[in-house]
Design a protein around this ligand. Structure first.
Ligand SMILES: [Mg+2]
Length: 499
């Protein structure tokens, strides 16, 4: 109400009709089971469906992140001789979000937008935020030059000091890095951040490569895998409609077999025309040299040359060029789903012309927040202020400028709220305050469609065409905000509903 009265006074003072400047409050909520399109695509054209395994067909509970964190933390202590005091750190489930950048030399975790600008208020050293002034001093502003950004796959190498964490499995890695940094700082221990980054990376890799995580999941599968029935329903539906299916995963056969037997049943391999394990993506999509190798059920490797990829068999490694030659599954009749935008989808989109579907589990939580009344009101108010500032700034007399300055301050003050509502440290996966994140930009480039889970496919038939909304380009849209008629009523409701 205060905001409304202040606004009314200010507008009266400026002698302007405010009804034209306030956008209506939307009452439409977004269904979290929707499949969203970046690019038009019809399921009518898709004959062959490919899948990644981890976080695409097998969705894991948060227990897995705790497990990875604990094992990697203990590896740091036992193998890399880090201080015993680290053992008191536990996994913090909602500390990090996916898609963050880590400055390896400065030991800072941060969110970067689509234009390579650091989002102030989202820079963390250890578990503590770094002040805006310090960030600006360190980076001589907020812009991160291209030459220090990570390489195409998000990796930090050859002078790239910014690593981007794109894997869902990297949430415990980011949290562990932050905890160890926190410990060293609290105890005034002098350390080399580059060594710390490499040691944590190696410890996390050991959790996967040495099979520790695989054995733990296989031993207690109920605890770690969730929503198995939905994945099963999708695969059965595709099979019932005569679609070809294949699996390309970096995980080992035993682990996938145990998980898929739990999700689908012992006969899961009957659903798939080709199964490839230990694929070594993204190398699988680029490196022509690695041949396929057949693996027996017992894990023995055979030495014969592969002339066909046969149903019921299991193959290891190989490469996409060989896969295309042996199957003939080329171009836009193939749709591949994965949760890693770089390793799973980037090369397919850029080089090979398969259609791509990104699985983004975080969508479910973010859409739930976006559908709440406080969020809708906050965004409407923010848009209103932005529109008012944009239009009213032309009144250059001191009194009008004072009002506009007040709106600018209010808009600035609202910015942290739009971040904190998603995650107190880093905000939404998809937006910095107003811009899309670096993650969003890559998502819209590399994925034709995206969705919270593979189960969203159950809501559509195989004739369905996904159309991206024709959002206007900046030069195509009318002056901000659009003029609408029922605004006065909306504003009144909005102002008296407790915002
Ligand atoms: Mg995956």
């Amino acid at each position: 109400i205060n905001g409304y009265l202040k606004l009314q006074n200010n507008l009266f003072f400026l002698s302007l009709p405010f009804s034209n400047l306030i956008p209506a409050i939307s009452t439409d909520s977004v269904n979290p089971d929707t499949i969203f399109a970046n690019n038009e695509m019809s399921l009518r054209d898709i004959e062959i469906y490919g899948f990644d395994y981890d976080y695409t067909l097998a969705f894991y509970s948060s227990h897995l992140h705790t497990l990875i964190f604990n094992i990697a933390r203990d590896i740091l202590i036992t193998k890399h001789r880090y201080p015993e005091g680290l053992r008191k750190y536990e996994y913090i489930p909602n500390f990090a979000v996916r898609g963050l950048h880590y400055d390896v030399q400065k030991a800072l975790l941060m969110k970067i937008d689509a234009f390579h600008y650091i989002q102030l208020g989202t820079v963390y050293r250890g578990l503590q935020p770094v002040s805006d002034e310090e960030v600006i001093a360190m980076y001589e502003g907020c812009h991160v030059p291209l030459e220090i950004m990570s390489d195409f796959y998000g990796k930090s190498s050859h002078g790239h000091t910014m690593k981007q964490f794109m894997d869902i499995f990297s949430l415990p890695e980011m949290t562990l890095l932050s905890c160890v940094n926190d410990f060293f700082m609290k105890h005034n221990i002098d350390y080399e951040p580059v060594h710390l980054y490499k040691d944590v990376k190696e410890a996390i890799r050991d959790v996967h490569v040495k099979g520790i995580m695989y054995r733990a999941v296989e031993a207690d599968i109920d605890k770690y895998i969730c929503y198995g029935e939905q994945s099963q329903a999708v695969l059965k539906k595709l099979s019932a409609h005569g679609k070809k299916m294949f699996l390309i995963t970096n995980s080992p056969f035993d682990f996938v077999d145990r998980g898929m037997s739990y999700i689908v049943g012992k006969d899961w391999r009957d659903l798939f025309d080709v199964v490839i394990v230990h694929a070594d993506k993204p190398g699988f999509f680029n490196d022509r040299r690695k041949p396929f190798r057949r693996v027996t059920d017992k894990g023995a490797l055979l030495w014969d040359r592969i002339h066909r990829l046969e149903k019921g068999q299991i193959y290891k490694q190989g490469n996409l060029y060989e896969f295309l030659r042996l199957t003939g599954w080329r171009g836009s009749r193939v749709l591949y789903f994965g949760d890693h935008i770089y390793s799973d989808l980037a090369d397919l989109t850029l080089k090979h012309g398969w259609r791509t579907g990104a699985i983004i589990p975080e969508l479910r939580k973010e859409i739930k927040i976006m559908n709440t009344q406080p969020y809708v009101h906050m965004m409407t108010w923010l848009q209103s202020l932005t529109g008012l500032i944009e239009q009213m700034q032309v009144h250059r007399d001191p009194a009008s400028q004072a009002v506009v300055e007040e709106w600018i301050r209010e808009r600035e003050a609202m910015r942290p709220q739009t971040k904190d509502i998603f995650n107190a440290q880093f905000g939404s996966l998809f937006r910095t305050y107003h811009n899309p994140t670096y993650f969003s930009r890559r998502l819209s480039r590399f994925a034709d469609i995206y969705m919270a889970s593979i189960s969203c496919l159950l809501n559509y038939d195989f004739q369905h065409t996904f159309f991206p909304r024709r959002t206007p380009l900046q030069h195509e849209s009318p002056f901000w905000p659009e003029l609408r008629l029922p605004l006065l009523i909306s504003l009144t409701l909005f102002c008296f509903s407790g915002f």
